[in-house]
Write a protein that binds this ligand. Structure first.
Ligand SMILES: Cc1cc2nc3c(=O)[nH]c(=O)nc-3n(C[C@H](O)[C@H](O)[C@H](O)COP(=O)(O)OP(=O)(O)OC[C@H]3O[C@@H](n4cnc5c(N)ncnc54)[C@H](O)[C@@H]3O)c2cc1C
Length: 379
């Protein structure tokens, strides 16, 4: 695949998307349910295309970063719904690097074949940006850990089979030194999932409570008390993928369509704002390509890549805010704005743009990184 010219690779992806992705799930105004997305998950798995960036020996496509970004670009252009992807993006690469042979054999095939769905238990009430202050505790008892505590904002928890979580295993060392990384079956007695409704009225994420939950010692990944470094290594690539201009590019197309339908191109002030957004999108695209090029050349990205996440997520918000403004009274409705020949999901785009400035390291935290590590400002 990596040897294919980009255009041919795109054509292959498009052909498969046209053949295998259910038409009625294109450009959904919500995240598809597991039942809805399962046929697509299984089609990708059957073709061996579910894990584009995993090495081939573990069932992945082994794509280069350039091809990997094309892969997601094409999925985005086709309007595919988000897969349950925490294990594909986060846990799988971590197990490949740090897992025992038994853990790899037990968990990787089930992930890459789409048989088991995972959720990520990092955040807690009081431990989000300052994650290392987490308090969920695991105490060794014979051949098990006994876990007590609470996670929050756990995406997909109501549907997940397994959870990977950070727990405190040592209180007598520095905060970051006493954290371990565990794998727990969601069916274990003592785990309770309480869904949280998001702004769109969906219960995609949840609180997860652990009450004397027994997790086998074999489900510890890496060494005890050494989970922090591994967990951080998982988050390293996120800033470049969250910096993709794809969502903003789609939103600006919808904004222009809305402008044509509402006659806004006759308004010089609107055209002025749209031009600025277009220029900002060009700038984002150029920066994104520069960072992708660096990754392709094997250059280790520095703290300045935080700029990409800030720019991409805030541009997405500015475009969607403009859409709501332009939609007038219709723009504030939860349902899409209908014209005789088209439907524009104004409020949905706006709500989609809201959370990305929070997750993946909030934008305030990214700005702190830029201030300290790039500009050298005092802490
Ligand atoms: C849609 C969505 C899905 C998520 N899915 C998951 C998941 O699957 N698993 C999981 O573990 N977590 C998940 N999260 C949680 C996410 O990682 C946290 O929300 C994020 O880390 C921020 O933590 P917090 O919500 O506790 O906010 P806090 O850390 O309490 O921050 C509150 C506000 O204060 C600001 N702030 C905090 N510290 C500083 C500082 N030092 N300087 C300047 N400003 C600061 C923040 O930027 C923010 O604006 C999800 C969040 C969202 C929105």
């Amino acid at each position: 695949m990596n040897a294919l010219p980009d255009a041919e690779f795109r054509a292959e992806l498009r052909a498969f998307l046209n053949e295998a992705y259910p038409d009625h799930l294109r450009y959904l105004d919500r995240r598809p349910t597991i039942a809805e997305i399962r046929p697509w998950l299984e089609a990708l798995a059957a073709k061996g295309w579910l894990a584009p960036h995993w090495p081939r020996e573990h069932g992945g496509m082994g794509l280069s970063i350039g091809k990997y970004l094309i892969y997601y670009d094409e999925l985005g252009r086709h309007g595919t719904g988000r897969l349950p992807d925490h294990a594909l993006h986060l846990l799988g690469p971590l197990l490949i690097r740090y897992g025992t042979p038994a853990q790899k054999a037990r968990f990787l095939p089930a992930i890459v074949e789409g048989r088991e769905i995972w959720c990520q238990g990092y955040s807690e009430p009081g431990a989000g940006s300052d994650l290392s202050s987490l308090r969920t505790e695991a105490i060794v008892d014979d051949d098990h850990f006994v876990v007590n505590g609470q996670k929050i904002w756990t995406s997909m928890a109501p549907h997940a089979d397994w959870i990977f979580l950070l727990v405190r295993t040592n209180r007598s060392v520095a905060q970051q030194a006493g954290i371990s990384f565990l794998l727990a079956d969601m069916k274990t007695p003592g785990i309770t999932v309480r869904p949280i409704m998001n702004l769109k009225g969906e219960s995609e994420f949840a609180e997860v409570f652990f009450d004397n939950v027994r997790v086998p010692l074999d489900n510890l990944v890496g060494e005890i008390d050494k989970g922090w470094t591994m967990a951080k290594s998982l988050l390293g690539d996120e800033r470049i993928t969250l910096g993709s201009p794809r969502q903003s590019a789609y939103a600006i197309e919808r904004l222009e369509l809305l402008a044509r339908k509402t006659g806004a191109f006759a308004d010089a002030a609107f055209v002025d704002r749209l031009t600025q957004l277009r220029l900002d999108l060009q700038a984002l695209g150029a920066s994104f390509r520069r960072y992708v090029g660096m990754v392709e050349r094997g250059v280790r990205l520095g703290p300045d890549v935080s700029m990409l996440k800030v720019w991409a997520t805030e541009l997405f918000q500015r475009i969607t805010a403009e859409m709501v403004e332009l939609g007038g009274e219709m723009g504030s409705f939860r349902h899409a704005v209908r014209f005789e020949d088209t439907v524009i999901d104004v409020m949905n785009q706006y709500l989609e743009a809201t959370p990305p400035t929070i997750y993946g390291g909030s934008n305030e935290i990214q700005r702190n990184i830029l201030a300290k590590a790039v500009l050298g400002l005092p802490g």
